[in-house]
Design a protein. Structure first.
Length: 66
């Protein structure tokens, strides 16, 4: 193998395994980000439903209706 094929601009050229791992990690990160957003959206929807139903959170006991 020539010296030029091992290094490009002074940096090692990543192997096939390294590139595959980086691709997997990027896909996992994107999937986790998308899952986090959908879970957050779900919680927002629950909060809106509770508000519309008149169920407010953090009401002091003395402010509750009998």
């Amino acid at each position: 193998m020539s010296e030029k094929s091992k290094h490009e601009h002074g940096k090692p050229v990543p192997s096939h395994e390294t590139q595959a791992e980086q691709t997997r990690e990027a896909n996992e990160a994107a999937a986790a980000k998308n899952a986090g957003e959908s879970a957050r959206e779900h919680m927002v929807d629950i909060g809106r439903g509770n508000q519309q139903a008149g169920r407010q959170g953090h009401v002091k006991p003395e402010q509750r209706k009998p």
